[in-house]
Write a protein that binds this ligand. Structure first.
Ligand SMILES: NC(=O)c1ccc[n+]([C@@H]2O[C@H](COP(=O)([O-])OP(=O)(O)OC[C@H]3O[C@@H](n4cnc5c(N)ncnc54)[C@H](OP(=O)(O)O)[C@@H]3O)[C@@H](O)[C@H]2O)c1
Length: 249
C-alpha cells in the first residue's frame, strides 16, 4: 500500500524481535529503514531481506555511537521522518537482589539512550515534521513483581512521550508510545532467572492475558505502522496497548 513511501526511519534494536518486525513492515510499505544494534549478525540478516533496510552497528548507550547513526542518516538520506526508540532490556529481579549496577544497566538503555537518541535525531525530525514512537510496556501501568527496574524505566518513557507530544505539537511533530504485553521475542531468554524460574515467570504472565496467548512482533509492528503513517495524523501523546487485553483490567 506504500503507506510510508520514501520516508526515512531509524529503528533501534531493529535486528531482532519487535524492532525487526517494524523495520521489515516499514520497508515493505516503502520506507528506507536504518536499524541499529550492538551485534552485526542480526542486523546484517535483517538488512539482507530488503534492499531498503541498512544498518549501523553500535551501542546506543554511548553518545558517540548515537551520533554515528545520525551522521549516517544525514549523509545517506539527508532527512529523517520516523524515529522508533525500540531497543530495550528487561531485567527480572526481586528488589532484595537489585544492585545499583542493575539499575544503571536498565536505565542507561531504556531511559538514557532513548533520550540521547531523541535529542540527537530531533533537528531532523522537526525539519521533516516527522514522528517518534517509543516502546513502553503494559507493566508501566499494570505492574508485576520482580520487574521494578524495567517498569520504572518504562514509566519514565511514557511520561516523556506525553511531555514531548505537548512540546512538539506546534512543530507538527507527533510523539506516541506502544505498550506491548507479552510478545514472543528473545527478550524472554535473557532474564537473570534460572530456566525453571523463567518458565514459571512466563506461565504466571500468560495466565493474566485475556487472549490466553503471547502476541507476535508483527502484531506490534502493525500498530507502529499506523502511528508512523498518515493514518495516525491526529494521534499524539497516545500510549497504545498491544497486549491481548492484559491492561484492560
Ligand atoms: N517482548 C515483549 O514481551 C515486550 C513487552 C513489552 C515491551 N517490550 C519492549 O519492546 C522493545 C523490543 O523488545 P523485544 O522484545 O523485541 O526484545 P529483543 O528481541 O531482545 O530486542 C532488543 C533489541 O535491542 C537491541 N539492543 C539492546 N541493547 C542495545 C544497545 N545498548 N545498543 C543498541 N541496541 C541495543 C538488541 O540488539 P543487540 O543485542 O544486538 O544490541 C535487540 O535487537 C523493548 O523496548 C522492550 O522493552 C517487549
Amino acid at each position: 500500500m506504500d503507506l510510508l513511501k520514501d520516508k526515512v526511519a531509524v529503528v533501534t534494536g531493529g535486528g531482532s524481535g519487535i524492532g525487526r518486525a517494524i523495520a521489515e513492515l516499514y520497508a515493505k510499505e516503502g520506507a528506507y529503514v536504518v536499524i541499529v544494534g550492538r551485534r552485526e549478525a542480526p542486523l546484517k540478516e535483517t538488512a539482507a531481506g530488503d534492499k531498503k533496510i541498512s544498518y549501523v552497528v553500535g551501542d546506543i548507550t554511548k553518545s558517540d555511537n548515537v551520533a554515528n547513526v545520525v551522521n549516517y542518516v544525514k549523509e545517506k538520506f539527508g532527512r529523517l521522518d520516523i524515529l522508533v526508540n525500540n531497543a530495550g532490556w528487561c531485567p527480572v529481579q526481586p528488589i532484595k537482589e537489585v544492585t545499583l549496577a542493575d539499575y544503571d544497566k536498565a536505565f542507561d538503555l531504556d531511559v538514557r539512550a532513548l533520550v540521547d537518541m531523541t535529542i540527537q535525531c530531533l533537528p531532523l525530525i522537526v525539519k521533516s515534521k516527522g514522528n517518534i514512537i517509543n516502546l513502553s510496556t503494559v507493566g508501566a501501568t499494570h505492574r508485576a513483581p520482580n520487574l521494578s527496574m524495567y517498569v520504572g524505566a518504562k514509566a519514565a518513557v511514557e511520561n516523556f512521550t506525553r511531555c514531548w507530544a505537548l512540546e512538539l505539537a506546534a512543530d507538527g511533530v507527533r510523539v506516541n508510545a506502544i505498550a506491548p504485553g507479552a510478545i514472543r521475542t528473545d527478550i524472554w531468554n535473557v532474564t537473570n532467572l534460572s530456566d525453571e524460574d523463567a518458565k514459571k515467570h512466563e506461565e504466571g504472565i500468560a495466565a493474566t492475558i485475556p487472549f490466553g496467548r503471547f502476541g507476535s512482533p508483527t502484531e506490534v509492528a502493525n500498530v507502529a505502522l499506523f502511528l508512523a503513517s498518515e493514518m495516525g495524523s491526529y494521534v499524539s501523546g497516545a500510549i497504545y496497548a498491544v497486549d491481548g487485553g492484559q491492561g484492560a483490567a
